[in-house]
Design a protein around this ligand. Structure first.
Ligand code: N01
Length: 486
């Protein structure tokens, strides 16, 4: 049997892969397949269904610009509503016939001779494609903490992105490791349910109030009958978020937001000793700024104990903190983030001349976060240096998809079998980006975060304002690419 061939194969079906599918469909490029390791569309919103999972970007901005949703029930939507929105988009654009679930890509190999990609999935399926668009995302592989003894724990252990819904937390002694964006959402939900909650905090996050609330039926009607009103709200949210980026570019300006965060902490935590434990000692914005109205009140509960000492060792039925104190627990929940150091995960990517791109050892860099040298006809959505700490990632994804579509059109126009970014263009671009990032809050703010690698290089975050990215992405500069005919 011959290997199935498609013009375009999209990897992943989160907001990136879903959006790519929609644009291909809208352009009448019907010969495409979406390979997904999971069972349905949704990506991170399918995986992260922990209690309280919600988006910390306002709903009207955290959606496609061309699929605005007048029905959002809250200013900040919950996971179920976002997932439902994504599935609705997949149905509306008839993407399910293009979807192949339970198909994790493990190898992609470029053929210089055939000018196509040969793909293999974990379960042995094989495909070829003229073009590959990766939407694998950076936050898809949960990271368990590297702590002595974790394997020997005899109680229940799970990660926030693989929530164990069969485990009843009622009346249990539960340890939570981590105080990032995920933990601050589920801790307030489980704290009233458990008997005792021990929260292991290695670094306190900066936290500001979340201006959340239910959206009235009047507003929904207005958005429905007058879509321009929603567009206006979206634009105002966008520019407010961009104002935040002023502080990323000039960390001294973060003082104003730090004042708000300190006020929030003082207002919600009356106990000075606990307040001290929860006060960060780095510039706000260096790690992701978190939004919550119920996290601090949860920590002030009598059944919650914040251990600011970190974890030294896990034993069969307990955790020893860094001060040597033992905490007996029935369950451990890890809100310990994702494996971002190895952005390709199990995927082996062999480009020109059969050379493998070794992202784990060298970090991954790309031109405009979208095309990579020596990987012809391959595009990456949310590639290196396109993540954000302040605005909607969907805005970035849309710019990239439009860029990819522009490249596909240009290939057709030129009758090109191959497009690849010039290596010197990619290198010069990355040198510039790294230079800019050195002066920004992620490097200057005095913290460690998943945004930086061991050498302090930031291959994750876009440096600053997203409108600058939009300006760069509006129209591909084709002088930066090699085109090769068949
Ligand atoms: O993970 P994190 P997350 N011992 O990496 C701690 C997105 N997101 O899942 O700060 C003890 O932020 C670690 O400590 P430290 C968003 O982009 C978005 O919460 O490194 N502690 C930290 O406290 C976010 O940035 C939404 O010192 C250990 C925590 O674990 C990203 O996902 C919602 C440890 C990890 O925090 C990841 O967030 C949720 C150890 N050995 C998530 N190892 C939205 O609303 C790690 N930690 C859109």
């Amino acid at each position: 049997m011959s290997t199935p061939h498609h013009d375009v194969i999209v990897i992943g079906s989160g907001f990136s892969g879903l959006g790519m599918g929609i644009f291909l469909k809208k352009a009448g490029r019907d010969d495409f397949l979406i390979l997904e390791k999971s069972t349905d569309f949704g990506g991170t919103w399918l995986d992260n269904d922990y209690p309280g999972a919600a988006c910390d970007v306002p709903s009207h901005m955290y959606s496609y610009s061309f699929e605005q949703n007048p029905e959002w029930s809250r200013f900040y939507s919950g996971q179920a509503e976002i997932l439902a929105y994504m599935k609705k988009c997949a149905k509306k654009y008839d993407l399910y016939p293009h979807f192949r679930g339970n198909s994790e890509l493990i190898e992609a190999r470029w053929s210089d001779a055939k000018k196509h990609w040969a793909l293999k999935t974990a379960d042995g399926q094989k495909f070829t494609a003229r073009v590959v668009v990766s939407g694998i995302g950076g936050l898809s592989r949960p990271a368990l903490p590297n702590v002595k003894g974790l394997d020997h724990f005899k109680g229940t252990l799970f990660h926030s992105a693989r929530w164990n819904h069969d485990y009843d937390l009622s009346g249990k002694r539960v340890a939570v490791i981590g105080t990032g964006a995920s933990a601050i959402q589920f801790v307030p939900q489980i704290a009233p349910q458990v008997d005792e909650l021990v929260l292991f905090q290695r670094t306190p996050p900066w936290l500001v109030p979340k201006p959340d609330g239910v959206i009235s039926s009047g507003v929904k009607k207005l958005f429905s009958f007058l879509p321009a009103s929603q567009t206006l709200v979206r634009a105002s949210i966008y520019w407010q978020a961009e104002a935040f980026a002023l502080g990323f570019v000039n960390p001294k300006l973060m003082v104003a937001i730090e004042k708000l965060a300190r006020w929030h902490l003082k207002k919600q935590i009356k106990d000075p000793a606990l307040r001290e434990k929860l006060t960060p000692n780095y510039t706000i914005g260096c790690k992701r700024v978190l939004f919550s109205n119920n996290y601090y009140p949860a920590l002030a509960r009598d059944n919650v104990n914040v251990v600011a000492a970190g974890v030294r060792e896990v034993r069969e039925h307990s955790i020893i903190d860094a001060n040597g104190q033992e905490h007996a627990v029935d369950a451990i929940i890890c809100g310990t983030g994702f494996d971002v150091k190895d952005p390709l995960g199990p995927l082996h990517l062999y480009g020109r001349d059969g050379i493998e791109t070794r992202a784990k050892d060298e970090g991954l860099s790309a031109y405009l976060g979208t095309t990579l040298k020596d990987l012809p006809n391959l595009f990456m959505l949310l590639g290196p240096n396109t993540a954000l700490g302040h605005n909607s990632i969907i805005f970035m994804i849309e710019q990239q998809i439009r860029y990819v579509m522009g490249c596909l059109e240009e290939m057709d126009k030129r009758g090109a079998a191959e497009i690849s970014v010039k290596p010197e263009v990619q290198d010069a671009y990355n040198d510039r980006i790294q230079d800019e990032l050195k002066k920004m809050v992620w490097s200057e703010g005095g913290c460690k975060s998943w945004y930086l690698d061991e050498d302090g290089k930031n291959f994750t975050i876009w440096p600053g304002f997203t409108w600058k990215y939009w300006m760069r992405m509006r129209k591909p500069n084709f002088r930066h690419f090699h085109f090769t005919k068949a």
